[in-house]
Design a protein around this ligand. Sequence first.
Ligand SMILES: *[C@@H]1O[C@H](CO)[C@@H](O)[C@H](O)[C@H]1NC(C)=O
Ligand SMILES: *[C@@H]1O[C@H](CO)[C@@H](O)[C@H](O)[C@H]1NC(C)=O
Ligand SMILES: *[C@@H]1O[C@H](CO)[C@@H](O)[C@H](O)[C@H]1NC(C)=O
Ligand SMILES: *[C@@H]1O[C@H](CO)[C@@H](O)[C@H](O)[C@H]1NC(C)=O
Ligand SMILES: *[C@@H]1O[C@H](CO)[C@@H](O)[C@H](O)[C@H]1NC(C)=O
Length: 321
Amino acid sequence: MGNLYHNKCLFKMNILILFCLIFSPVHGLNLTPIVNLTSGPIQGKVTEYASIDVYQFLGISYTKSPVGKLRLQLPVKPDSWTEVKSVTDFGPACLQPMNPVLNIPYTGKTSEDCLYLKIYVTESTFNNSSERLRPVLFWIHGGAFTFGYGNEGNTEGIPMVPLHDVVLVTMNYRLNAFGFIYFGANEPRIPPNIGFQDQLFALKWVHENIHMFGGLFKRAILESGTVYTDHDVDTLITDSWKLYNKTSCSKSEDVLECMQNLTANEIMQAMILNIDDWGKTETERVEFCLKQWDYIYPHVTHAMGKLNLNHVTKDVLREDN
Ligand SMILES: *[C@@H]1O[C@H](CO)[C@@H](O)[C@H](O)[C@H]1NC(C)=O
Ligand SMILES: *[C@@H]1O[C@H](CO)[C@@H](O)[C@H](O)[C@H]1NC(C)=O
Ligand SMILES: *[C@@H]1O[C@H](CO)[C@@H](O)[C@H](O)[C@H]1NC(C)=O
Ligand SMILES: *[C@@H]1O[C@H](CO)[C@@H](O)[C@H](O)[C@H]1NC(C)=O
Ligand SMILES: *[C@@H]1O[C@H](CO)[C@@H](O)[C@H](O)[C@H]1NC(C)=O
């Protein structure tokens, strides 16, 4: 259960990407072969690193655009298409307020229509997909379920993909109010954990399609992740109603339909007002966060004690939060 306001201090930056900040030179726009996905054909671009050709398929939509009647609803499969779709550019990041503690604005494009994933694979692995499949690294960006995007650091999968010959998949999932608002039993038509459902949906997409790129999808190792954020559903429900009360829907009985009628911007503004509750100054906000950490850690120890960790690598114990 994502918690809109009490997880917000876990500004998770995944260590995995930190060594990937080297850019490869792009020589014009070389296109990859066409890949026939189950939903339709796509074509990506080729880049080069250390004389190794890397194929990039960016901006693949793995759901129908989650807008209008699909806002605050579970992800659904995209309609299939027949024309070749060019996937040479990143899709926009999901809507997000500025991270009020780090104070780093995201300068790229954001949109409510943000459910895109990206695939990076070497040409030789791609070419050889009928003979030999390589491991897939499926990276879920951090950001307290509130911030972040799948192309953080513009990793381009470099140098990991060419040098270690893995297939890298990164993706966006709905964040903050768009992905984790939850009104409880009073609005059963809005399911909880929509953002997690997006992640699951993208994993299913990978399961169905990744072999066409030379990736093997069989078993999974969880390499890092928050099995232990505070999952307090009551606080989430209260925060969700607080946000609702800050919109022009506050008087409406039909929560779902009214929320779907709002502009995305109005939801963003209500979120920003809620974030003001963290404190007005940076010092107040940092103090607020430290209090949250005090709150979270005893819960972490408690939760870890209850988990059966046999299937999870011990890496989670030195999680990057
Ligand atoms: C993809 O589909 C097109 C049109 O049906 C076909 O010509 C092409 O050979 C297919 N490509 C692959 C890699 O299967
Ligand atoms: C991959 O296949 C293409 C088309 O057959 C070929 O031109 C290219 O050299 C191959 N690349 C590698 C690294 O095997
Ligand atoms: C393709 O896969 C086969 C079977 O695993 C392997 O013998 C061969 O070396 C691979 N070729 C390339 C270019 O990776
Ligand atoms: C939202 O507004 C309603 C109606 O004014 C009120 O009953 C409720 O307590 C408010 N909820 C929160 C969490 O502020
Ligand atoms: C949502 O918008 C539609 C179309 O404008 C309108 O008919 C409906 O009454 C609105 N619903 C709510 C709950 O505001």
